[in-house]
Design a protein around this ligand. Structure first.
Ligand code: PRP
Ligand code: ZN
Ligand code: MG
Length: 223
C-alpha cells in the first residue's frame, strides 16, 4: 500500500496559478475539478488540498497535510497568532519560491497629512493582519486601535471605520483605486514551501528527495 504525500495550496488567489504551475513543471500532473477540495495527481502518489491561504499554515503545523505552499505574510501572521494562544506554531521552512511577491504596508487616505509613524498614535488601523501590525506598532512605540476585518480593508477609511489601513500591496492598484497612499512597509513577502516539523515517513521522504531537486531546477531555469 503506497502512501500519498499531501500538499495544501491556495484554492483561488494570487498564489494559486503559480503553485499549480510549479508542480506541473516538476512533472507532477493534476486535473483540477473546481468543485473539489482534494485533487489526486495523475502522475504521482501526491494529493492536493485546495484551501484558503489563511488555513494553510495551521494545516501544516497540525500535520493535517505534509506540505504547504503559502505566502510568508500569512505564515508569519498565523505563527504569531498561534504562539500568542500557546498553540503549536512549528514548521520546517523548505524553500523560498520566486513568486507571490508582495508587501504588507500601512496606507492612509490621500488627503490626510502624514509625516511619520508617530501620526498613527491613538488612531484606528484596519487590517486582516492584526499580529504583524501590532508587532510593528509595538516596535515603533505606537499604540493604535486595531480594527480587524476579514476583507475589503481598503474601503474601511472611506466607510469611517478606520483612519488608516494595513494590507497587502502588490501592484498598488487597489490603494490607488481607493484614494490611499502607502506610507510604511512593515513586511516583505514571497511564497514559501513549508513542511510539517516532524520527520516524514521513509516513503514520503523518498518522494521529497525527488521533488525538491526538481523544484530547485524549475526555480533556477526561471532566473
Ligand atoms: C490583496 C490585498 C489587496 C490586493 C492588493 O488581496 O488585500 O486587495 O491584494 O494588490 P494590488 O496592489 O496589486 O492591487 P489578495 O488578493 O492577496 O487576497 P486576500 O486579501 O483575499 O487574501
Ligand atoms: Zn487570504
Ligand atoms: Mg484583498
Amino acid at each position: 500500500m503506497s502512501e500519498r504525500l499531501t500538499i495544501a495550496i491556495q484554492k483561488s488567489g494570487r498564489l494559486s496559478k503559480e503553485s499549480l504551475s510549479l508542480l506541473n513543471a516538476c512533472g507532477v500532473k493534476f486535473s483540477i475539478n473546481e468543485a473539489r477540495l482534494i485533487a489526486h495527481s495523475t502522475s504521482h502518489p501526491i494529493d492536493l488540498l485546495r484551501v484558503r491561504d489563511d488555513d494553510i499554515p495551521g494545516l501544516v503545523m497540525d500535520g493535517v497535510v505534509d506540505l504547504g505552499l503559502v505566502g510568508e505574510n500569512v505564515l508569519e501572521e498565523v505563527a504569531l497568532e498561534r504562539s500568542a494562544v500557546n498553540e503549536n506554531a512549528e514548521y520546517k521552512a523548505l524553500r523560498s519560491l520566486d513568486f507571490g511577491g508582495c508587501r504588507l504596508s500601512i496606507a492612509v487616505p490621500r488627503e490626510s497629512d502624514y509625516n511619520s509613524i508617530d501620526d498613527l498614535q491613538g488612531k484606528r488601523i484596519a487590517s486582516t493582519y492584526p499580529y504583524l501590525l501590532q508587532r510593528y506598532l509595538k516596535n515603533n512605540g505606537i499604540s493604535a486601535k486595531n480594527v480587524v476585518l476579514t476583507g475589503s480593508v481598503e474601503v474601511a477609511p472611506r466607510a469611517g471605520l478606520a483612519d488608516a489601513i494595513c494590507d497587502l500591496v502588490s501592484t498598488g492598484a487597489t490603494l490607488e483605486a481607493n484614494g490611499l497612499v502607502e506610507k510604511e512597509v512593515i513586511f516583505r513577502s514571497q511564497a514559501q514551501l513549508i513542511q510539517n516539523a516532524n520527520p516524514l515517513s521513509a516513503e514520503k521522504q523518498a518522494m521529497m528527495d525527488q521533488l525538491l531537486p526538481r523544484i530547485d531546477g524549475v526555480q533556477m531555469a526561471k532566473e
